[in-house]
Design a protein around this ligand. Structure first.
Ligand code: ATP
Length: 210
């Protein structure tokens, strides 16, 4: 996916959140300007994004909120169940395992894996299995998504296993940027870096240097 499409999909996700809020406030119809205001972009950009993703609507009479949410849910595959494996049952891994939104959003962590025998629990709601079963589990269950929450040093090894077994999308929380030339999309989330970034902007704002 190129950067334009990636930015566009991020905006679609924001529009969807804004739509849910507007629906909660009682809106039945919205205009592109409502969504633009709610997400900090322009009406022209909203309409451009909609046309890129084939979202239809009546520009003049406004868009029906339920219908827009429905079309966006389809874009995000909300009506299918997406199986995810998670590797690394540290603090972040555990937090993600108990994250309720994943069930609501039809993204389902179906199994977790760890190298530490003390963390394994085959009978848990989401079974925690040994790392050496990761590859066969992905293949047998046709899992396409993976989450990596192991320390930086172990991340590349885990990523290689996932990739070779057929995983197509990885959310990586290990603090290193996983590189891939293969047909796998990697979203790297470095929490420390994200916070550092915010600290910079807050400091800059206080000193009025940006
Ligand atoms: P965090 O807060 O980042 O989740 P933590 O301090 O709780 O981390 P880490 O040391 O980051 O724990 O380890 C996370 C988990 O990853 C641990 O449960 C550890 O056993 C597991 N782990 C480490 N190496 C591997 C590996 N190669 N394969 C699978 N799991 C691993």
């Amino acid at each position: 996916m190129d950067t334009t499409n990636k930015n566009c999909i991020v905006r679609i996700s924001r529009y969807k959140n804004a739509l849910k809020r507007l629906k909660g406030l009682g809106f039945v119809k919205v205009f592109s300007s409502n969504l633009a205001d709610a997400t900090g972009t322009t009406s022209a950009q909203v309409r451009k994004d909609f046309s890129l993703f084939g979202i239809a609507g009546n520009k003049r009479g406004g868009y029906n909120v339920d219908n827009l949410i429905d079309q966006m849910n389809r874009i995000f595959g909300k009506y299918d169940v997406h199986k995810v494996v998670l590797v690394g049952i540290g603090n972040i891994g555990r937090a993600l395992l108990s994250h309720k939104a994943f069930q609501r959003e039809s993204i389902r962590i179906v199994a977790a894996f760890d190298i530490d025998p003390n963390k394994l629990d085959e009978n848990a709601r989401i079974p925690i299995l040994p790392l050496d079963r990761l590859e066969s589990y992905i293949i047998e269950n046709e899992v396409k998504l993976g989450i990596i929450t192991v320390p930086a040093l172990a991340a590349q090894q885990v990523f290689t296993i996932m990739k070779d077994a057929g995983i197509k999308g990885v959310l990586n929380f290990a603090p290193l940027n996983l590189q891939t030339k293969d047909n796998v999309i990697v979203n790297n989330i470095n929490l420390e870096m994200e916070l550092e970034n915010l600290v910079y902007y807050i400091m800059a704002e206080e000193k009025k240097i940006i």
